[in-house]
Design a protein around this ligand. Structure first.
Ligand SMILES: Cc1cc2nc3c(=O)[nH]c(=O)nc-3n(C[C@H](O)[C@H](O)[C@H](O)COP(=O)(O)OP(=O)(O)OC[C@H]3O[C@@H](n4cnc5c(N)ncnc54)[C@H](O)[C@@H]3O)c2cc1C
Length: 423
């Protein structure tokens, strides 16, 4: 019999356990974690550097106080993104686990919770399976309070396979359909029959502005723009990636059940957002050095692979729009006004048609989860089932890259613990 059982020893579960341990010495607390060690996902965060929080995250001060309390020194890098000073996600995980154990928290590892139930006595019965050799055994524990901290479905190899949704459902909660977010996008332009074939871009990274348009009728005008972000666009073997692209996927939800497809979205990249390339091309046309070719001029602004694709793209557009071919590798002084406009349009609004969003294995975060209407915002206690707390990514909350998702996990864990101990 425990005072509190926490299902899941990830970011939110460890934060809840430590805060509980700090605020109440006489509580009997256990974490049940399916992996052989807690915090496996924390170790993988921020490419092993752990982007622990963000100066603009909700609850930033509470989170920083929490980390100061357990001896994690942090520093702010890159626009408010906060990391442990050592830039080691492994160190953060070790410190969290050691602190929890030092506070007397029992951490039961290699134990997969298979069901949770509220008993007639208003306690929670938690059943879990564990392996010994080749045999699988079952055990159960009882607690007064239950914290569900199982995470979502993103990164399933790290233990998060969406188990918490059934647990929440069994305790009468509803689930907003989980979808993978903060992930890469597959595009039509990378398919073998595409002209030009965008696979020549694979492996190139370029800075630019990426925008997302949504319109079911296919009229993608300025009014249908729903997202825009500057950043590094990474071209992969199948489409687009990079932080700005990851953030864009949070806005690319569609309902397959209603017959919706990704066809209602269009992506445009501005590869020269700081200035107008049309003016630049006109100037080069006038002042071209002897032998200066269109490709030479574009390569002063774009990476060579991107410039090559832009020229092929403009050439294809010229054929489609005007039925004319467009010999691009020729002196810049011979460019016509129409060709300059076409090249400029291509550079500023290079268009991609999304055909797929990379799935759970590649996604960093889950969109959707336990409905927020059913959980008290300030305490994370269920509005439906007293004594039940739902924290972290299991909730229907997701944030852009930059330390915001871990912040949500730490903060909700801390808030639940404070409510349980009455502090
Ligand atoms: C590769 C990667 C990099 C990321 N980098 C960052 C970053 O730098 N900054 C940032 O803010 N966010 C980052 N995120 C997102 C962030 O890691 C998560 O949002 C955060 O860890 C969620 O915390 P959580 O406690 O809800 O779930 P998790 O940390 O995922 O923990 C859930 C735990 O529950 C356990 N569990 C699940 N089911 C059961 C069960 N049935 N029984 C027992 N245990 C169970 C799991 O094994 C897991 O240990 C990253 C995510 C990934 C995948």
């Amino acid at each position: 019999m425990y005072d509190v059982i926490i299902v899941g020893g990830g970011a939110s579960g460890l934060a809840a356990a430590i805060e509980l341990g700090l605020e109440s010495y006489d509580f009997n607390i256990a974490i049940i974690e399916k992996n052989e060690e807690p915090g496996r996902k924390i170790k993988a965060t921020g490419n092993g550097r752990c982007n622990i929080t963000n100066i603009n995250a909700e609850g930033y001060n509470e989170i920083m106080a929490f980390f100061a309390g357990i001896g994690i020194v942090t520093r702010e890098l890159d626009n408010g993104w906060v990391y442990p000073y050592s830039e080691s996600a492994a160190d953060v995980t070790v410190l969290l686990e050691s602190r929890a154990r030092e506070l007397g928290i029992e951490i039961i590892t290699g134990a997969e919770v298979v069901s949770v139930e509220k008993t007639k006595e208003n306690t929670f019965e938690v059943k879990y399976s564990f392996k010994e050799g080749k045999s699988v055994y079952m055990d159960k524990v009882i607690s007064n309070k239950l914290v569900l901290a199982t995470g979502g479905k993103a990164g399933p190899t790290l233990g998060t396979t969406g188990d918490g949704y059934n647990m929440a459902k069994d305790l009468w909660h509803s689930i907003v359909t989980p979808v993978p977010v903060l992930t890469s996008i597959e595009c039509l332009e990378w398919q073998s029959e595409s002209v030009p074939d965008a696979r020549i871009l694979a492996g190139t990274r370029t800075r630019g502005n990426i925008s997302l348009f949504k319109d079911k009728t296919g009229k993608f005008n300025e009014n249908s723009k729903m997202f825009e972000e500057a950043g590094e666009i990474q071209f992969t073997k199948y489409g687009l990636s990079g932080i700005c692209v990851f953030n864009m996927t949070r806005f690319m939800r569609y309902n397959k059940m209603l017959g919706e497809t990704l066809g209602q979205f269009l992506i445009k990249a501005d590869l020269f957002p700081d200035s107008n390339i049309e003016n630049f091309l006109r100037e080069r046309r006038k002042k071209a050095l002897k032998g200066e070719r269109i490709s030479n001029v574009l390569c002063t602004v774009l990476k060579s692979g991107v410039a090559e694709y832009v020229m092929k793209y403009a050439k294809q557009q010229n054929i489609e729009k005007y039925g004319k071919t467009f010999p691009v590798d020729r002196p810049v002084s011979t460019l016509t006004d129409a060709e300059i406009e076409l090249l400029s349009e291509t550079v500023h609004t290079l268009t991609f048609h999304p055909t797929g969003i990379r799935g759970w294995k590649e996604a960093q975060v889950t969109g959707g989860g336990v409905s927020l209407d059913e959980v008290h915002e300030k305490t994370c206690e269920s509005r439906i089932c007293k004594g039940l707390y739902i924290v972290g990514e299991l909730l229907d909350r997701d944030y852009p890259c930059g330390g915001f998702n871990l912040s949500n996990a730490w903060l909700t864990g801390i808030l639940a613990a404070k409510d349980i101990t009455g502090n």
